[in-house]
Write a protein that binds this ligand. Structure first.
Ligand SMILES: *Cc1c(COP(=O)(O)O)cnc(C)c1O
Length: 390
């Protein structure tokens, strides 16, 4: 089936599916083979060549979802990030990266790039001019992530992409937080879109995978490095990921709606100091988010009033679990200052606006009333404790 003219949920369900010509089963057959006889010596199927039947089928679906010509899937989000970046960077090159990146990406750049002779600069802000300022003669890649973690800051995708285009620089985006349901950066001129498929694409907290979508030419370049680096995804996980993406449109829509409801509830609550959600009119980048996002996503952050104990609050939640990862159908929270951003000094955290009482909330598909009740109960526990301790 061709994706042209097909709506989101049709693409999620059908594009790239493999036909079961033998038994006429409803879902793609799973081919576990690592060895394939070849009639044509130019087509050698092998998992690490990224060209087994299940891999190729899933890549078609992901390319269609991101309005791209082509895609590749990897064994993790970081395999996708590292392979994409290193495919376009060599010794002597420079890359401009947005400040406030996913921690793994930040570590990759700051711990590994020196070894390859690749230099890098982080922006000081999120405006297109902040990226332009850092460009040097040898800059080959500009890398953004929007909405950002954990404060859901929005970067102007079109603004950054057009600066990159003007200077002949490759633009890349980590589109994980938005998912292809809410944001398609290629429509705004971005060259390469990267996902941790561990998050919304997988969506059930049981798959680790990554994806890259781009033009045929750029995917070909990434592929050449990918087969040498060897970060391909196992066939069974490919098959599970295809299954998961079938419901991605439905899941993410439910998560968008729930997150909006949680954001409004929290914003109106007297025990909450601040809420960061791009769907709220009070969010500093709301207008920009409206321009480039189709939905505002399932991620938000909020701060308890300073006199309330944020870690006791987290422990008092019963339905909403504390967890490092995100984007599953189940709601989870984490404290960035104690987990993802704990290695940063308190000063740097403060500079980035990450307070100790900040809580990141990955909103699932549960009934919103149940989530609200859980939060209300936990707040009651925390308030009782703070009263008795005063
Ligand atoms: C999780 C995540 C990654 C890394 O993905 P893995 O699948 O854990 O390797 C990259 N970017 C963002 C925004 C993420 O949330």
């Amino acid at each position: 089936m061709n994706a042209k003219g097909k709506g989101l949920n049709t693409v999620c369900t059908h594009i790239g599916e493999l036909e079961d010509t033998v038994h006429k089963g409803a879902v793609s057959p799973l081919y576990m083979s690592t060895s394939y006889a070849f009639d044509d010596v130019d087509v050698k199927r092998y998992p690490r060549y990224f060209n087994t039947p299940n891999q190729e089928g899933l890549c078609k679906k992901i390319a269609a979802l991101e309005h791209a010509e082509s895609a590749l899937i990897f064994g993790s989000g970081m395999a996708a990030v590292s392979t994409a970046l290193l495919a376009f960077l060599r010794a002597g090159d420079h890359v401009v990266l947005q400040q406030t990146l996913y921690g793994g990406t930040y570590n990759l750049v700051t711990e590994e790039f020196d070894k390859y002779g690749i230099s890098y600069s982080f922006t000081e802000g999120w405006q297109p001019k902040d990226f332009e300022e850092k460009i040097r003669d040898n800059t080959k890649v500009i890398y953004i992530e929007t909405p950002s973690n954990p404060l859901l800051t929005i970067t102007d995708i079109e603004g950054v992409a057009s600066i990159a285009k003007k200077k002949g620089i490759i633009s890349m985006i980590d589109n994980t937080f938005a998912s292809p349901v809410n944001q398609n950066p290629i429509d705004f001129g971005i060259d390469i879109v990267i996902h941790s498929a561990t998050k919304y694409m997988g969506g059930h907290s049981d798959i680790c995978a990554g994806a890259v979508a781009a033009s045929k030419e750029q995917i070909n370049r990434i592929f050449h490095l990918a087969k040498n680096f060897g970060g391909s995804l196992s066939e069974y996980t490919v098959w599970l990921l295809e299954r998961s993406i079938k419901t991605m449109g439905l899941r993410v829509k439910a998560q968008n709606e729930n997150a909006m409801e949680m954001a409004k509830f929290l914003e109106s609550h007297t025990d909450i100091d601040a809420v960061y959600y791009p769907g709220l009119t009070s969010h500093k980048d709301h207008e920009l988010a409206k321009r480039q996002m189709k939905g505002f996503g399932g991620m938000l952050s909020f701060e308890l009033k300073p006199y309330l104990d944020a870690s006791l609050f987290q422990k008092s939640l019963k339905l909403i679990k504390s967890s490092m990862s995100l984007a599953g159908v189940e709601s989870t929270v984490l404290s960035p200052s104690q987990t993802s951003h704990s290695l940063m000094s308190p000063e740097v955290r403060a500079q980035q606006g990450i307070k100790d009482g900040l809580i990141r909330f990955s909103v699932g598909i549960e009934e919103p009333e149940d989530l609200i009740e859980d939060i209300q109960n936990a707040l009651a526990v925390v308030k009782n404790t703070s009263k008795t301790s005063v």
